[in-house]
Design a protein around this ligand. Structure first.
Ligand code: G3P
Ligand code: MG
Length: 246
């Protein structure tokens, strides 16, 4: 049963920052997410050749900088020189790829972070690096860590059982609900129905829905009682989440 109390508890996550208003995974998108009063900003992280944790969704720079090279082939000093704002609009010319450190410094005390660790294979030390940074900035309460790579979440919990983790899935199958390595599931909204939300809640896991950009899908998520809506449009999501039932 969905009660009024539960409805008001839905949190909103700005996907890659407020990525409809500013270029994804940049400081500008994070500032917008703070201005938009999102509860969380979701960011994607990868590692440079010299081991710096940076924000980037795609593995190559094609889409955001027009360069056919991978993030992992750059040292950070070279990567930071690239413009990743101009592709979005002239207004954001000069935006660069930020480090996770810089993002934590800015977000601490302002907005929670959903740090999505991109799948760089089992040889990558990215999960442990992320734990180290969360620890360094004392942001355990303010961060959750997510990944499509389940083994990364196991490693996060091993490094620090107090860090909350979410498993990103595109379809609901398997018995991951029961796993001690995850606190929530982050799932493509089209796969979410009443049974899934109930099953997850019964196992003590919350449900984050992505990437919910349409008004009617936001309303459906609200009706189903998901716990967190991940969206490029946090202002619209707020309007819907906080709107009282007619
Ligand atoms: O956090 C979930 C969502 O970000 C997954 O999709 O491809 O935008 O990282 P993607
Ligand atoms: Mg993501």
């Amino acid at each position: 049963v969905i009660t009024g109390d539960m409805l008001s508890e839905i949190q909103i996550t700005a996907h890659r920052g407020s990525s409809n208003e500013a270029p994804e995974n940049t400081m500008a998108a994070l500032r917008k997410a703070v201005d938009d009063l999102a509860d969380y900003a979701e960011i994607d992280v990868q590692e440079t050749k010299d081991g710096i944790v940076v924000l980037a969704h795609d593995f190559t720079l094609n889409r955001v900088a027009g360069i056919n090279r991978t993030i992992g082939s750059y040292d950070y000093d070279d990567l930071v020189r690239l413009d990743v704002g101009a592709w979005f609009s002239d207004e954001y010319r000069g935006e660069y790829i930020p480090t996770l450190k810089e993002v934590m410094e800015y977000c601490k005390g302002k907005i929670n972070l959903n740090i999505e660790i991109k799948n760089l294979g089992d040889d990558s030390d990215l999960p442990e690096k992320v734990v180290q940074l969360i620890d360094e900035y004392q942001m355990k309460e303010q961060c959750v860590v997510t990944s499509t790579r389940f083994s990364y979440l196991v490693r996060i919990k091993k490094a620090d059982p107090q860090i909350r983790t979410g498993y990103i899935i595109s379809a609901a199958y398997g018995n991951f609900y029961s796993s001690d390595s995850i606190d929530f599931i982050s799932i493509r909204s089209s796969f979410i129905n009443e049974r899934l939300v109930e099953a997850a809640h019964e196992k003590g896991k919350t449900v984050h829905a992505w990437t919910v950009n349409g008004k009617s899908e936001m309303e459906r998520m609200k009706m189903l009682g998901v716990d967190n809506i991940i969206t490029d449009y946090p202002i619209l999501a707020r309007e819907i989440v906080y709107r009282e039932a007619a």
